[in-house]
Write a protein that binds this ligand. Sequence first.
Ligand code: IPE
Ligand code: IPE
Ligand code: MG
Length: 256
Amino acid sequence: MMRASRKPLAPVEQADPAPSGGSLVPAHVAIIMDGNGRWASARGLPRIAGHREGARAVRRTVEAAIEQGVGWLTIYAFSSENWRRPAGEVLDLTGLLRQYLKSELAELRANGVRLRVIGEPDRFGADLTADLREAVRSTASNTRLNLTVALSYGARAEIAAAARSLALSVREGHLAPSDIDEEAVARCLFTDGMPDPDLLIRTSGEQRLSNFLLWQTAYAEFVFQDVLWPDYGATHLATALAEYARRERRFGARPA
Ligand code: IPE
Ligand code: IPE
Ligand code: MG
């Protein structure tokens, strides 16, 4: 059986082999962090309490990803559809993001984490945008873990924007329609320069993409875990990685 392995053409660093068993760790793990609200309401707490605890789970998971040899971690923090939530919850989340950056930036730097943001973070306002820019700039030379946060991210909007940008290039004569291939599209996405996710995890038992990385997850392995995001940690990540290692990835080729 072919072991789970990286996408053959992915351009970036190799994942380290797992410490046990010789199976490969996914180079890029993407997580749909879901279940904060349910975690809070199960305890009779306001939703923000779930989001706050969710931020602690992010810290644990970043540390666990480093320990478990994952090179790229992309987390879905806020979708373009999440603007449909009540203004109070959006405001709480914006405040929490700023707080997270303030309290975690030093640690991210110390741990060699490079931060990137995909989506339309400017929609959260000038203050958070400025904090994010500074965090991205000041971690740009780190190489241990590439942490990407999806903020006001929607995959359909991302693909539509790529189509617009390619159409403009054609109209201006920089590009022929026949030059528009998969690589050309990928270069117009927020994830330009990043490898595609090998493993996509969603917590809370929901089994849908909710407009996350539609293009990039074309050949990702999906693992759905029943745990609510605020309870997530190293053991859950290890379980997902073990499940990934058991998968047979074919990329359309004949089975070995
Ligand atoms: C995920 O938790 C965090 C965000 C989408 C911002 P939810 O807030 O979606 O929690 P549930 O799904 O209502 O439990
Ligand atoms: C997806 O979760 C977005 C994030 C985790 C940030 P949602 O809770 O918004 O997704 P739906 O509404 O259940 O599909
Ligand atoms: Mg949800």
